[in-house]
Design a protein around this ligand. Sequence first.
Ligand code: KG4
Ligand code: ZN
Length: 347
Amino acid sequence: MRVLGIETSCDETAAAVVDSGVDDSRHILAERLFSQIDEHAPYGGVVPEIAARSHLDRLDALVAETMAQAGLGFAELDGIAAAAGPGLIGGLLVGATAAKAMAMASGRPFLAINHLEAHALTARLTHGLDFPYLLLLVSGGHTQLLAVEDVGRYRLYGETEDDALGEAFDKAARLLGLGFPGGPAVEKAAEAGDPARFRLPRPLAGRPGAGFSFSGLKTALRRAFEALPAVDERDTADLAASFQAAAADTLADRTANAVTLFRRDCPAGRVLVAAGGVAANRNLQARLQKVAAIHSLDFIAPPQRLCTDNAAMVAWAGLERLRLGMSDGLDFRPRPRWPLASTTDVA
Ligand code: KG4
Ligand code: ZN
């Protein structure tokens, strides 16, 4: 089975083709990605109108290149999938409309994919993982812990009350003058820093439940920054490292609580998966690995390029749905908001 996937929900324009064989083999046949980072960098964040126009300018060529790289014609596809939410509506419309047009022209089914589900199922593409597993989904827009029980069956244990962790990393980077996107810049600066120099809060740590809050951490970082008479490179590295350490402690604490809930609900589960852009962070990965080991779980994070936004994950989620007999109508309307826990259309 072969599926073309399209990702345009934020600032990456991407297309990919994945396939799966009868022997449960899984391959990415082709993938192309254009990052709009340089177009948004002058504004310090993603500008929705620029993103939508940029997707529109590039998507057709990117899809053509992907199909050429895969050596396939549309007739050889089994379905065409696009991220249809949550995300920036302009970009979602560009991707979903293009996918619908291709589906109609080629007579292939269209699949409207929840971008969060695509992140959630990536470990099945990369590691052939079985259900159920515990997922920490940490991206620029979301921070949540959930049990992934099946395609379309997600049990939410907790999510952020305010900022997503990726957003907090991006704001920290902006404060520290490290540029955009912030996550990788903070991780890099933190390498040379002392994580114990600034004692920043670990929001909600020690409290029951698996919820998150990052606005207090963000404010504490700003206070520590403003209390310094002049901020040199050493200070910046120490602030970045202290921020990252607080993020790691918080994730570890909340994930440990979620493990207990997961054990109760899914005693057969053996794996903790981290997905989403923030899961590309090596320091956080190392910390989550420890949490998993303490609780006798294996830890998996997809390779970096499949943690951040990409089209292979969209194509894969499409393939998973297609082989369960699901597809969507061409009247499906992209959804700027689309909580994963409501993606429960499979019994
Ligand atoms: O999943 P993603 O590519 O897009 C969304 O769906 O949001 O995640 C992007 C987010 C950004 O906030 C970015 O700063 C963060 O992931 N990120 C990181 C790292 N790489 C990307 N955060 C921390 N450390 C990283 N290495
Ligand atoms: Zn994402």
